[in-house]
Write a protein that binds this ligand. Structure first.
Ligand code: F3S
Length: 99
């Protein structure tokens, strides 16, 4: 079962998750990341890293964000791999302003 990035990532894009991923499953959108479920090995490393708790196992995604399971599966295929830490975005859509 893959892990899923959900809306708390939007505007935050902290990227600790991508740097922790041992299999390069993360993909980089403009203001959030996604996980390619065909690459994810559900190792748990990213879950621990996200300061805004944006990542969930597929069967634990909150009901209001269920559509993000499909968004990760579909849209991740169109985006480039991100494997390294980048400067966090932390824009006005993000619920935290500093780390
Ligand atoms: Fe997003 Fe959290 Fe990763 S904010 S980029 S899922 S560390």
């Amino acid at each position: 079962m893959a892990y899923v990035v959900t809306p708390p990532c939007i505007g935050c894009k902290i990227t600790y998750c991508a740097a922790a991923c041992p299999v390069e499953a993360f993909r980089e959108g403009e203001n959030y990341l996604l996980i390619d479920p065909d690459i994810c090995i559900h190792c748990n490393d990213c879950l621990r890293e996200c300061p805004v708790n944006a990542i969930f196992p597929e069967d634990e995604v909150p009901v209001v964000w269920k559509e993000w399971i499909g968004i990760n599966a579909r849209e991740s295929k169109k985006l480039p791999i991100i494997r390294d830490l980048k400067t966090p975005l932390l824009d006005k859509q993000c619920n935290i302003r500093e780390l």
